[in-house]
Design a protein around this ligand. Structure first.
Ligand code: FAD
Length: 1008
């Protein structure tokens, strides 16, 4: 960090993943009201809810439509899927497919008559759609289900598509104030908005490219000027005037913790210039709150701009704080300190938070020690109430802006607020209208968060709003649901939280308990300073030590290793499992050492290194679990009476494990731990390029208790040490990961032996493709393509090599891909801000350069990352993409960051899958499509071991996505899968004639 850290900031840091019960305990007292006040809050909240419910009965419209199709119904989910995709699909064929796909699945009939809404019943969508279609179908009022069913049957007709698109636009408009800032400002003058203030939000989410960021910057500038010019009668202070909300992620393509210094250099001036512009027009600016791992970065940016001399004396710069984050009370504490230091108030918008589901998923995937957010709704509410109190009680530091649609929350803020203290409520456009019509009548100010933009820009925002409206925990959903009593809608969250037997939600296990029977590997977020700083410091200390020296094993050494291994005593299965679990713990405990070694010996970036450490630990624990499950006890088999039959699994003898340099820790440990778990002594030959990592791993396995004789490390070239191991008749099996060519050579060598025929498990290369149709979201596609093709410098066997784009969305995807590739940073893998490290060696670099030269001649260069001058002459290769005319242009794996892009016509999708299959490889494949039929077609046709839908196609997780291919890509069984260990074992049956001693006593005894 480049600035001193104050105590509140220290507390904030320490609370990233705070234990939920500790966090809650600390807040309950602050959130609780005295009994008399709590009663008044209940009365006020109850009155508000009753009033809203009365009004809702009278009105019909989009709200009731959203309520009818909420997310607890399949139809609600289907409609959300249509809403998310339909408006952005450029071509009719794909739009029609999406419509057919989604509308044919739901049971629309059941929604008929359940709701009084005009919109739901008088021809459900008929109201939203063109009158043309309604009259065309002559839908009788009250028969919406039939209407939708008919619509589905007619999907493919242009009129249906047009009508649905219009319906979706109407749905979108529910949440958008205007297409342009001019429209939105104009609309703010209408009667429905007269009682409100506004904060305009320029739609569009994260920028992926520098051009996107420029575009958003210009949009914000234009909007600030327009808002400044917009006169609002009686609005004398910046608190009363309209303002603007800004998403930092829209202003910089790399707004990430790892890019902190670049972000501070480049993003701060942008925010600064916007804030100064806003000050000139007295337009209040609020920075939106985004993902948890961006919180600290946003606070740093906020502080820098807030404290700048240009903003001195102006109180129009503020930010949003998310109460669902455990760090929120400390954020408020810290902000108060900044405000007091600068001697002016900060506008703080207190929200609960809009990314809860993705925060929970990310924490699970990263194996964090806890969640950055609360896991019970009541806890989030308690946190909000405690934070609100802190804001209210610091009027010298804050102008409080309480953003909520929850009547109980509103009533509590009113109760706590001293008379005459300035503050405001906030609501989202299209939500909470009824509630706030009442609250503003009571004399309280309310501002509407007013999104501005076109329909395509709206989609991610729309999905968040649909989730919020549709979730059954959400207040807007509950207030509208007349089957829920008013009492329960306004229940006091403090009492609810206290009455829970556990503070944390037992339905959401901690990330480490995700897998039940085995512990998930421990990870950390680099943005979690308290967790990552000590690791980074350790890595730095390892990085300055000498790396190590290797003496290659000779063929004689290899034979000697097998000699020893063949006599080794391997402990029984339960003991082996215990050893492997200890090894997993030790690998994690040595994580920093491995990450340093992985960066220095194999060029792995720190996130890649962390991924490997976790995968290695997962392998150990997963195979330990399988060893206990299958190898500890024989399996009883059913047979005729008078006989007992058992099947048991036993080790085969010395297993040779030959691993690659691209996962020098994870695959090395994976092979060795599997062979050992199955009861075999192991002789391991690591790749020539990465023996030191293997040696460190062996040390750990021995320390964990693997008997010395049962594990030998034989570093050296494949042609000598490897060949000696494979040809030795004592070798009882070979597990290999590497190139198809080497696999063939090993296979031949094994075949040439005269001894027993032994198992050969090979995982080899792939020519992996991703298929993208026009229903996919281009930004999401590009994020996944960049990760799949360029992560680890493209040196993963799972890496994406061929991106197949439906021609209608190809230009947009290629455009973003080019911009996003330009943002990649090559460099020292020990630096956290490095995206792409070096390739493994000069030979690999040469092959890549040769292929690139060929592509330069034969294909069209789409983009290339910048190779800084300082890295030239080293082993760096700039990631790039080429457009090729057809799939014929490539038929072998090029192991590095070169992506090939090919376009296809919508009608040819199935043929593209066939063509990819025809290459003969079968490792990974990706699909991006919102159409289930399309995904299913690809699934049925694809010959690939791992198929990924709407995500990246790398980073298979042990036990979750067992990894391995077919065809030219490998023999199976899959590593990290339930069938893997069997291939390492002998199977033996044991049959005893229990009647041999004269008769079948047990049959006779138990016959009646
Ligand atoms: C003016 C305005 C501006 C906003 N700006 C932002 C912003 O910058 N950043 C942002 O993230 N959001 C922002 N929001 C969105 C806001 O987070 C949601 O609208 C808000 O959470 C809804 O809160 P509520 O009090 O209306 O609803 P409630 O229904 O009372 O609360 C919903 C909250 O509970 C949380 N929740 C649901 N289930 C659980 C659970 N099991 N465990 C823990 N928590 C749970 C939800 O995630 C949500 O945060 C803004 C909202 C408004 C009104």
């Amino acid at each position: 960090m480049d600035h001193p850290v104050t105590p509140p900031r220290e507390r904030l840091r320490a609370a990233y993943l705070r234990d939920e019960s500790e966090a809650l305990d600390a807040l309950i007292g602050e959130a609780r009201l005295p009994a008399e006040s709590a009663r008044r809050v209940q009365d006020r909240a109850r009155a508000l809810v009753e009033e809203v419910r009365t009004r809702q009965k009278a009105v019909a419209g989009m709200q009731s439509f959203l309520r009818e199709y909420d997310l607890s119904s399949q139809e609600g989910v289907l409609l959300m899927c249509v809403a998310e995709a339909l408006l952005r699909i450029p071509d009719a064929a794909t739009a029609d497919k999406l419509i057919r796909d989604k509308l044919s699945q739901g049971d629309w009939e059941k929604h008929v008559g359940r709701n009084n809404s005009l919109l739901v019943n008088a021809g459900t969508w008929g109201m939203m759609l063109t009158g043309k279609l309604v009259s065309l179908d002559a839908v009788s009022a009250g028969n919406a289900g039939a209407w939708l069913a008919r619509l589905a049957a007619r999907a493919g007709e242009p009129v249906v598509r047009v009508a649905l698109r219009q319906g979706m636009k109407l749905m979108a408009e529910q949440f958008v104030m205007g297409r342009t800032i001019g429209d939105a400002l104009e609309r703010s003058r209408s009667a429905e908005h007269a009682a409100y203030r506004h904060s305009y939000d320029m739609l569009g989410e994260a920028a992926f490219t520098a051009a996107d960021a420029e575009r958003y910057l210009a949009a914000y500038e234009h909007a600030i000027d327009a808002i400044a010019a917009h006169r609002v009668e009686g609005a004398s202070s910046v608190f009363q005037r309209p303002g603007i909300s800004i998403k930092l992620s829209a202003l910089h393509p790399r707004y990430e913790y790892a890019q902190r210094s670049r972000v501070m250099d480049e993003l701060v001036p942008r925010v600064q210039s916007l804030a100064e512009r806003a000050r000139r027009g007295d337009v209040g600016v609020t920075l939106d709150a985004e993902e948890a791992d961006r919180l600290e970065l946003s606070l740093d940016i906020f502080e820098r701009v807030f404290a700048s001399s240009a903003l001195q004396g102006w109180e129009g710069f503020g930010l949003a704080v998310q109460a669902y984050q455990k760090r929120s009370p400390f954020a408020i504490e810290w902000l108060a300190e900044i405000a007091r230091r600068e001697r002016r108030r900060i506008m703080v918008r207190l929200v609960k938070g809009a990314y809860w589901d993705s925060e929970v998923k990310r924490a699970q995937m990263q194996g964090l020690s806890g969640y950055p957010v609360y896991t019970r709704k009541a806890n989030t509410d308690v946190s909000y109430l405690a934070c609100a109190r802190r804001i209210i009680e610091a009027p010298d530091a804050f102008y409080g802006q309480f953003a909520t649609h929850n009547a109980h929350t509103v009533a509590t803020v009113i109760e706590r607020m001293p008379a005459g203290q300035p503050f405001e409520f906030q609501r989202l456009h299209g939500m909470g209208d009824d509630l706030y019509d009442e609250v503003t009548r009571m004399g309280h100010a309310c501002r509407v968060y007013a999104p501005v933009g076109s329909h395509e820009d709206l989609l991610p925002y729309l999905v968040r709003r649909l989730l919020e409206n549709g979730a059954n925990t959400s207040f807007v959903n509950r207030i509208a649901d007349s089957t829920i009593t008013v009492e329960s809608v306004v229940a006091d969250p403090v009492a609810a939280a206290q009455s829970n037997s556990t503070a944390a939600n037992p339905k959401i296990p901690l990330p480490r308990d995700l897998y039940g029977e085995r512990v998930n590997s421990a990870g950390f977020a680099f943005a979690d300073d308290a967790a990552s700083s000590p690791v980074l410091a350790k890595i730095a200390s390892f990085a300055s030590r000498p790396l190590g020296r290797v003496a290659d094993a000779t063929p004689a050494d290899a034979h000697r290793a097998l000699e020893i291994a063949s006599k080794a005593l391997v402990p029984p299965a339960p003991e082996r499992a215990g050893i492997l679990e200890r090894a997993a713990d030790l690998i994690e405990a040595n994580g920093a050492r491995f990450m340093a070694l992985l960066a220095r010996e194999a060029g792995k970036t720190l996130p890649d290194g962390l991924g490997e450490v976790r995968e290695a630990a997962d392998f150990c624990r997963y195979y330990a679990m399988l060893a206990r499950r299958h190898f500890a006890q024989p399996e009883e088999l059913t047979g005729p009476t008078g006989e007992s039959n058992r099947l048991e699994l036993a080790g085969r003898g010395p297993f040779v494990c030959i691993s690659p340099w691209n996962f020098p820790l994870a695959i090395f440990v994976g092979q060795v731990s599997a062979a050992f778990a199955a009861g075999n002594p192991v002789v391991a030959k690591p790749a020539e390029q990465t023996p030191l990592i293997a040696s460190a791993a062996v040390e750990i396995l021995l320390e964990a208790g693997v008997p010395r004789d049962a594990l030998a490390l034989v570093p050296g070239p494949g042609e000598t040490a490897g060949a000696a191991l494979v040809s030795d008749l004592r070798t009882a099996g070979v597990a290999f990961t590497g190139s198809t060519a080497t696999a063939r050579a090993i296979n031949r060598a094994l075949a040439a032996r005269d001894g027993p025929i032994v198992p050969f498990i090979a995982e080899t290369g792939g020519l992996n493709a991703m298929l993208v149709d026009s229903s996919a979201l281009p930004e999401q596609v590009v994020a996944d393509v960049i990760a799949s093709a360029f992560n680890s410098a493209g040196q993963r066997c799972s890496a994406l090599r061929i991106l197949c784009l439906q021609e209608e969305i190809a230009p947009r995807v290629i455009d973003i891909l080019a911009g996003a590739t330009a943002e990649l940073r090559l460099g020292d893998p020990l630096r956290l801000d490095t995206d792409v490290g070096p390739v493994i060696d000069a030979e690999a670099l040469h092959i890549l350069e040769e292929h690139a030269a060929k592509m330069d001649r034969e294909a069209k260069l789409i983009c290339r990352a910048t190779l800084p001058d300082a890295l030239k002459g080293g082993l760096f290769f700039a990631p790039r993409a080429y457009e090729i005319a057809s799939l014929d242009a490539i038929d072998r794996e090029i192991f590095g960051p070169i992506l090939h892009v090919v376009r296809f016509a919508a009608a040819d999708l199935a043929a593209v899958v066939d063509a990819v299959n025809a290459k003969g490889y079968g490792l990974t494949m990706g699909v991006h499509s919102r159409i289930e039929d399309t995904v299913e077609m690809v699934r049925a046709k694809a010959r690939a071991g791992n198929l990924y839908v709407n995500r990246n196609m790398i980073g298979a997780t042990v036990g979750v996505q067992p990894f391995g291919g077919e065809g030219l890509s490998g023999t199976g069984p899959k590593a990290g899968g339930p069938h893997y260990l069997f291939r390492f074992a002998n199977e033996r049956t044991f049959t005893v004639n229990t009647a041999a001693a004269g008769g079948n006593a047990s049959l006779i005894a138990g016959s009646e």
